[in-house]
Ligand binder design. Structure first.
Ligand SMILES: [Zn+2]
Length: 141
């Protein structure tokens, strides 16, 4: 599969996110095969409705994917429809993933610099078909 197909896969997975505001999809690829796919979501607890704990019980797509993978991700790539937050960037580094492909840029760009400085290849996917897709309109594809 090509980079375009993998990011397309992440877009389709992201559409399944229950999050109303932003839908983000992530797929982890190893040896040219999708080994895990995930989207952003909150844990189903009352804490997810409390403004003070909501953030702590919500998992970004890439965090969910890494946690669900439960295996050595050394040398794997991750395709995300939104560049990671700092917390996820640190997790990506720790996981052994070596390449990050993203579609849209998250408001905090520090994570991209952090990953690059740590030796992770970070690539923005620029395909004309996906140009107008934003986290709040992934459904439009
Ligand atoms: Zn995150």
């Amino acid at each position: 599969m090509s980079n375009k197909e993998f990011i397309g896969y992440a877009i389709n997975i992201g559409k399944l996110s229950p999050c109303k505001k932003n839908k983000v999809g992530a797929v982890i690829v190893k040896n040219n095969e999708v080994i895990i796919k995930s989207y952003n979501a909150s844990l189903h607890t009352n804490y997810a409705h409390d403004p003070e704990t909501r953030y702590l019980t919500t998992f970004c797509a890439e965090k969910n994917a890494i946690l669900e993978a439960k295996q050595n991700l050394e040398g794997a790539s991750i395709y995300i429809t939104l560049s990671p937050c700092m917390s996820c960037a640190a997790m990506i580094l720790k996981s052994g993933i070596s390449k990050v492909y993203y579609l849209n840029e998250y408001k905090d760009r520090r994570s991209i610099d952090f990953l690059r400085q740590s030796g992770i290849k970070v690539i923005k996917c620029e395909f004309p078909e996906y140009k107008n897709l934003k986290p709040n309109n992934l459904k439009q594809l």
